[in-house]
Ligand binder design. Structure first.
Ligand code: ARG
Ligand code: ASP
Length: 715
C-alpha cells in the first residue's frame, strides 16, 4: 500500500509533520517543543538570539543567492561548489584552471580575493508588524495602503538604532500580513581558499541534477577578511581573517535513518499557500510552456556543444543555468500531478469553506475569497501565458534579444534624462559586455532565435504579436531567414562591432542601436507585449496579491490550531526534519545514503559529466578513507532528509541535534521538486553532501589537511 494515496493525509499535512521554513526569532514559541521531541538537544536561544552569541552568527547569505557558514574561528567559510562557481570561474585561466583542476591555497597568502562576492550576516531581527501597519484600515484602497506602509517603513528605518557597519532591511511576511526588521552586516573581502575539481564538485552535472541517488562533492571554501577591528571593509592586503562570534563544530559521527537534522539558511521563495486554481495554472499551463521552450533551446545548444569542444566550454555555465530551472519546472509539473496536489488543495479549500460556513462573521468576511481568486486566475491565464512565453522566447533563452533588452534601459535615458546623464551611465551599462562576448557564439544564438520566433508565432495569440512575427518571417522567407537577416546586419553580435558603435558620439550611439535589426526586433516585440499583455497583468496581479494576502490571513484565523510558517523570502530560516529514506512509487525505495562505491559505479572515463580524477580512483582502490570511513569501511558521499528547503538553501549547513555540522545542503530529490508549491512529507527530501566526504576531499584528495587544524572536530 502506498501511503501517499491515503486520503486522510491530504487534509492537514501541517499537523502531522514538521514541514516548514521557520522564523528563527519565533522558534521558542512555535517550534522548540516539537524539535526537542524529535531529538534536538539545544534550546531555541542556542540557535537564535538577539542578545547572546548563537548559531545564527555562524550563518551568512553567500553572494546574494546562496548560504554559507563559518567553520573556524578564523572566518573559514563553507558553501557549495555551484555557489562558488562564478567566483572560481572568474579566478581561473587556461594556465590556472581551478574549475577544471580544483585548487587549494597552501597558506593564507595564497587565498585569492574573489571580487564582488559578499557575505551577509544577521545581527538582530524584530517583529515590526504593528508599526508597519499603523494607519492601515480594512477596506482601504490598495494604493493608499501601500503608500501608508511605505511611509511607516521609512519611519521605522529612521528610528532603528543601528550600529556602525550595520544595514537595515525590512521584509513582508505571510503575503504582507506581517513585517520584520533585520540588522545586517555585509562583508566584501571574501577570498577563495579552495575547491575540488569540477569532476567532483559537479559530478553528475545536469544528468544527475535534481535527482537522488546523488554522488556530487558539491562544496567550495572561502575565507572572510575584515579590518583590524573585525569590521567589514573592502579588499585590502592587510585585512585580517574575520573572527565570527560563532563557528560550527564538525561531527564525524555520521548519520543514521531517523536522526534529527536541521538546515539553517536563506531560502529564496516558495508559494505554499496558493489556491488550487493558482497551482493548477502553474502545473498545467505555465510550467509546460516554459519547459517546451527551454527543451527546444537546450537541444540546439547541446547540438553545438557536442560538435565543438570550444563551444562546449563557452556554453557550459549558461547551459547549466537554463537547464537547472527547466528541469525543476519539469519535475514540479510531474510531481504536482503524480502526487495529487490539485486534489489536496481542493480538499483543503473544502475544509476551509466548511469552517467558514459555520461562522457567520467568517462567512461574511471570507466567503468570497476563493471564488474571486478562482475567477481572477481564469482572467489572468491567457495573459500570464503570453507573459511567460514572451519572457522565455524573447528575453531569457535568446542572448541577442536579452542583450537588447538589457541595453534598452540605458538607451532610453538619452531622451528622458539628457545626454550628460546618458554618458554618465555608459560605463555601468556596458561593463558587462566583455563577459557577455567572451562566451558568445552567434551561430548558436542565431539558430535559437529562429526556433524561438517560430514557437512564439505558433503559440502566442495573433493579435498579441504572433501575426507580427509571422509577417516579418514571411517577408524574409521564413524564421531561419529572418534570424539570419538579423544576425547579418546587427552590431550586437560581436565585441568588435559593438565597440565601433560605442566609440561614436552619444546621439549616434543611440541612433545606431535604435536602428540595429536585433534591437528593433526586440523593441517591436516588447511594444506588442507592453500594449497588449502587460496592462491586463498590471490590472489583475495586484487584485490577486490583495486577495492572496487576505486568504493567507483567513487561513491563519480559520485553522487556528494549525501552525503556519511564512513563505520563503530570502531571509534567515530554520527547517528541521529527520534523515529519511523514502518510497516514490510502488516497490521502489530510496536508501538515505550514498557512498564512494556509487561514484565509481557511475564513473565513465573521459565523460564530461561522470569522469573522476585518477587520484580518487586510487584512494578508492586502496580504501584509504582514514577517519572519514564508516564502521564498515565505506566512504559516505551524500544523504537525504525531510528538511523543507528551496533555492537559496544551497550551501546551508545541515546540523545534528547538538548543532554540529554533519553536511551541506545542495539540492532536492526529483519526485519532490514540487515542494515550493506542495510540500509533501512522504516524498519531498533535501539532499546534503556528507561532511565526511567534504573533509576527505580536502584532506586526502586535495592534500590540504592543514585546513582541518583550524576546525573543531567533534569525534
Ligand atoms: N538543482 C540545484 C539548485 O537548484 C543544484 C544546481 C547546480 N547544479 C547543476 N547541475 N546545475 O540549485
Ligand atoms: N540547488 C538549490 C540552490 O542552489 C537548492 C534547492 O533548490 O533545493 O539553492
Amino acid at each position: 500500500m502506498k501511503k501517499f494515496f491515503a486520503p486522510f493525509l491530504f487534509l492537514f499535512p501541517v499537523l502531522l509533520t514538521a514541514q516548514g521554513m521557520w522564523v528563527p526569532l519565533l522558534l521558542e514559541k512555535q517550534n522548540e517543543k516539537e524539535m526537542r521531541s524529535m531529538g534536538l538537544k539545544l534550546h531555541a536561544d542556542d540557535i537564535f538570539s538577539n542578545f547572546e552569541p548563537s548559531i545564527k552568527d555562524a550563518i551568512c547569505q553567500f553572494d546574494g543567492g546562496c548560504t554559507g557558514e563559518m567553520i573556524s574561528p578564523d572566518g573559514l567559510l563553507l558553501t557549495n561548489h555551484h555557489c562558488g562557481f562564478d567566483a572560481i570561474q572568474k579566478l581561473s585561466s587556461l594556465e590556472n584552471n581551478y574549475v577544471e583542476n580544483g585548487y587549494w591555497a597552501k597558506n593564507r597568502s595564497e587565498e585569492k580575493p574573489a571580487e564582488g562576492v559578499t557575505a551577509v550576516f544577521i545581527s538582530r531581527m524584530e517583529d515590526v508588524t504593528a508599526l508597519a501597519l499603523q494607519g492601515v484600515t480594512v477596506g482601504m484602497a490598495e494604493r493608499d495602503r501601500q503608500s501608508q506602509i511605505d511611509k511607516n517603513l521609512a519611519q521605522i528605518k529612521v528610528n532603528a538604532k543601528k550600529e556602525k557597519f550595520e544595514d537595515i532591511m525590512i521584509r513582508p511576511f505571510y503575503n504582507g500580513n506581517q513585517y520584520y526588521l533585520f540588522f545586517t552586516k555585509t562583508f566584501n573581502d571574501v577570498r577563495f581558499v579552495g575547491a575540488p575539481p569540477s569532476s567532483i564538485g559537479k559530478f553528475g552535472s545536469d544528468t544527475d541534477n535534481w535527482v537522488w541517488p546523488r554522488h556530487t562533492g558539491d562544496f567550495s571554501m572561502f575565507r572572510i577578511y575584515a579590518d583590524k577591528d573585525g569590521n567589514p571593509a573592502g579588499y585590502a592586503a592587510d585585512n585580517v581573517p574575520y573572527h565570527p562570534k560563532r563557528f560550527l563544530p564538525i561531527s564525524l559521527k555520521g548519520v543514521e535513518e531517523g536522526d534529527f537534522t536541521m538546515v539553517y539558511g536563506f531560502p529564496g521563495a516558495t508559494n505554499e499557500y496558493l489556491t488550487e486554481a493558482a497551482v493548477r495554472q502553474i502545473g498545467e499551463v505555465l510550467d509546460p510552456a516554459k519547459v517546451s521552450i527551454r527543451d527546444r533551446a537546450l537541444k540546439i545548444m547541446d547540438g553545438y556543444m557536442r560538435k565543438d569542444p570550444a563551444v562546449k566550454i563557452a556554453y557550459v555555465a549558461r547551459y547549466a543555468s537554463i537547464a537547472n530551472a527547466w528541469k525543476k519546472w519539469l519535475g514540479e509539473m510531474q510531481g504536482l500531478k503524480t502526487y495529487h496536489a490539485f486534489d489536496k488543495k481542493k480538499e483543503y479549500e473544502a475544509a476551509f469553506t466548511t469552517r467558514i460556513e459555520q461562522n457567520p462573521d467568517w462567512k461574511y468576511r471570507y466567503g468570497n475569497l476563493l471564488p474571486r481568486l478562482r475567477k481572477l486566475y481564469e482572467d489572468i491565464e491567457p495573459y500570464a501565458f503570453a507573459r511567460d512565453y514572451y519572457l522565455e522566447t524573447m528575453v531569457r533563452n535568446n542572448e541577442i534579444l536579452g542583450l537588447a533588452s538589457s541595453l534598452s534601459g540605458w538607451i532610453g535615458t538619452y531622451e528622458k534624462n539628457g545626454e550628460a546623464f546618458f554618458v554618465s551611465k555608459q560605463k555601468d551599462a556596458t561593463s558587462g559586455l566583455p563577459d557577455f562576448y567572451k562566451d558568445y557564439r552567434p551561430e548558436v544564438d542565431q539558430t535559437i532565435l529562429a526556433a524561438m520566433l517560430e514557437m512564439f508565432a505558433e503559440h502566442v495569440r495573433p493579435e498579441w504579436g504572433a501575426s507580427d512575427v509571422q509577417a516579418m518571417a514571411k517577408e524574409k522567407g521564413g524564421f531561419e531567414a529572418l534570424a539570419a537577416d538579423v544576425f547579418k546586419n546587427s552590431a550586437l553580435t560581436s565585441q568588435a562591432k559593438i565597440n565601433a558603435v560605442l566609440a561614436k558620439k552619444p546621439a549616434d550611439i543611440v541612433e545606431t542601436i535604435k536602428n540595429d535589426p536585433a534591437y528593433k526586433l526586440w523593441d517591436r516585440l516588447q511594444q506588442n507585449y507592453v500594449a497588449n499583455v502587460q496592462p491586463k497583468i498590471q490590472e489583475l496581479q495586484p487584485q490577486i496579491n490583495l486577495l492572496q494576502r487576505e486568504y493567507m490571513a483567513a487561513q491563519m484565523v480559520v485553522f487556528k490550531e494549525k501552525r503556519f510558517f511564512p513563505d520563503a523570502n530570502s531571509t534567515l530560516r530554520l527547517t528541521y526534519g529527520k534523515v529519511r529514506s523514502f518510497s516514490p512509487r510502488d516497490a521502489v525505495r530510496y536508501e538515505f545514503q550514498t557512498d564512494l562505491d556509487g561514484v565509481m559505479e557511475k564513473y565513465i572515463p573521459g565523460d564530461y559529466e561522470f569522469n573522476v580524477p585518477e587520484k580518487l580512483i586510487s584512494l578508492w582502490k586502496s580504501k584509504d578513507y582514514g577517519q572519514y570511513a564508516t564502521k564498515d569501511g565505506r566512504l559516505p558521499v551524500a544523504f537525504i532528509g525531510s528538511n523543507h528547503t528551496t533555492g537559496g538553501n544551497s550551501g546551508s549547513p545541515a546540523l545534528d541535534a547538538r548543532g554540529n555540522l554533519i553536511g551541506l545542503n545542495f539540492d532536492r530529490v526529483w519526485e519532490g521538486t514540487m515542494s515550493d508549491l506542495n510540500y509533501d512529507p512522504a516524498i519531498c527530501r533535501n539532499i546534503m553532501v556528507d561532511i565526511r566526504y567534504v573533509l576527505f576531499l580536502i584532506d586526502k584528495l586535495g592534500g590540504a589537511g592543514y585546513l582541518l587544524d583550524e576546525m573543531k572536530l567533534a569525534k
